[in-house]
Design a protein around this ligand. Structure first.
Ligand SMILES: Nc1ncnc2c1ncn2[C@@H]1O[C@H](COP(=O)(O)OP(=O)(O)OP(=O)(O)O)[C@@H](O)[C@H]1O
Length: 442
């Protein structure tokens, strides 16, 4: 790697989140010559993103490091051509040696990148899944998508598989829920067909396994998965996994497996924000041919924050009722039809609950959080709790101010603006914010 580029990355490490760095900048290859620095992106998508979001900053840092303006050229390609055989060719070579039964892929054709709505909460996950699909076995291996239920991990996983097959129809992509992997293994053990089992999993170009937290405590499965993983990894076959939390936090998952999972890229999929929830609803309604206005989408997006599956469930209920009664889906109709459901979601998030959870999260006493004390260790959690109250409840600014020890509504407004800005610029703050939302709405 060019020394200048390495130093530039080191500098940027302190400014960007690890995920941004790994998704966009680490895949770049650098070549330095008399005319400046040339950066090679693995695909046009990365190139566009780097140009749009990071190029200006890269040029500034390079200028600082070199002591004078430094030209940067960006293009798609590689600084040194790789010798590795593409995965599909490898599979074909394997097939020559031992003809395998016809391959039946099992991807859901509806789960594509086109039907996936992008927002801040899932942008990195989508980008990583796309890169993997465009460079199977080479971009990130394994790619691990983790996060709460119903947030689109399975969708992205299938989308990656579908894109791989679109780009290379001969590509063998096998999707399995973890339970299916366990079931297949038990069956193979029972019928003494372990060789066939091994062959089945190791002959694919990409193996997609959903919800690997299910492997916890299943030692034989983990052992077998570990060997499958190694075999695939070594021959550069792509592995994509999902998990309901960061795998290091999954109890009874073997340390050596956890360490393997860390070899590639792990990306968190966060709960979508309000705008993304509304956009997802409108997209789903369009897909299903259900006429839903923006107002209705906004109503549901405002009130149902838990996850996309719940949002979709609400939309399906609305569509079915509207169809049954032959009525249009107005906001009144939606309020009326989903009254119980909306009430359940509203109950979960109250200002006192937000205050309590935020105080616990930052390890401060509730009475201090609500006090007038202005020390930073209290002021920031207090601002976060105020901003969360605005985001997650229907209360007005004066009402929220009142609930925080009788503060003025302008103080609440200031808190909301400060936190929003910090979430955009500070990765640590964004993590805290998203984690709290997850706890409060999960
Ligand atoms: N950003 C998005 N755009 C469009 N649809 C989405 C998005 N996020 C989630 N969905 C939809 O929400 C539903 C649930 O998503 P999915 O099954 O992928 O969740 P998951 O994270 O894998 O959940 P689980 O861990 O429970 O399996 C799917 O119908 C999916 O299409």
């Amino acid at each position: 790697m060019s020394d200048l580029w390495r130093r530039c990355l080191e500098r940027l490490e302190s400014e960007l989140s690890a995920e941004e760095l790994h998704t966009w900048l680490m895949p770049l290859q650098a070549r330095e010559d008399a005319t400046g620095l040339q950066l090679f992106a693995p695909n046009p998508y990365t190139l566009d993103t780097v140009r749009e979001r990071y190029l200006a900053r890269i040029e500034t840092v390079l200028g600082q490091l070199a002591g004078q303006p430094h030209a940067v050229r960006l293009e798609v390609g590689s600084s040194a051509p790789r010798a590795a055989r593409p995965a599909a060719t490898k599979a074909a070579a394997g097939a020559e040696a031992a003809p395998a039964p016809a391959f039946a892929h099992n991807l859901d054709p509806h789960y594509t990148f086109e039907t996936f709505v992008e927002g801040k909460s899932n942008q990195l996950g989508k980008a990583a899944a796309m890169q993997v699909a465009m460079n199977p076995g080479r971009a990130y291996n394994p790619l691990l998508l983790y996060g709460g239920t119903g947030l689109g991990k399975t969708h992205l996983m299938h989308a990656a598989g579908n894109l791989m097959r679109e780009r290379n129809p001969g590509c063998k992509v096998l999707y399995l829920r973890s339970e299916q992997f366990v079931g297949a293994m038990i069956e193979a053990l029972r019928t003494k067909n372990m060789d066939q089992f091994k062959q089945r999993f190791r002959s694919v170009d990409a193996l997609l396994i959903d919800d690997i937290q299910f492997f916890a405590g299943k030692d034989t499965t983990q052992e077998e998965f570990f060997h499958t993983f190694n075999a695939l990894f070594e021959s550069k076959q792509q592995i994509i996994l999902t998990c309901d939390r960061y795998p290091k936090e999954v109890d009874k998952l073997e340390p050596r497996l956890k360490s393997r999972l860390g070899w590639g890229l792990s990306v968190a999929i966060e709960p979508p924000d309000f705008e993304t929830r509304a956009a997802i609803l409108l997209a789903k309604a369009h897909e299903k041919g259900v006429a839903v206005s923006e107002n209705v989408a906004m109503l549901l997006a405002k009130r149902i924050r838990s996850n996309v599956r719940d949002l979709e469930g609400a939309l399906n209920t609305l569509a079915a009722r509207a169809n049954f009664y032959g009525k249009p889906i107005t906001t009144d109709f939606a309020e009326e039809t989903l009254r119980d459901l909306l009430a359940t979601h509203a109950q979960a998030v109250t200002v006192p609950n937000i205050q309590k959870i935020t105080a616990e999260y930052f390890n401060v006493r509730l009475q201090d959080l609500l006090s007038k004390r202005r020390v930073r260790s209290l002021a920031r959690p207090r601002q976060i709790a105020m901003a969360l109250s605005k985001e997650l409840t229907e209360h007005s600014l004066p009402e929220i101010g009142e609930a925080f020890g009788g503060r003025d509504h302008t103080t609440v407004l200031h808190a909301c603006r400060t936190i929003k800005k910090l979430c955009e610029t500070d990765a640590r703050m964004r993590q805290d914010w998203e984690q709290l939302i997850r706890v409060l709405t999960g």
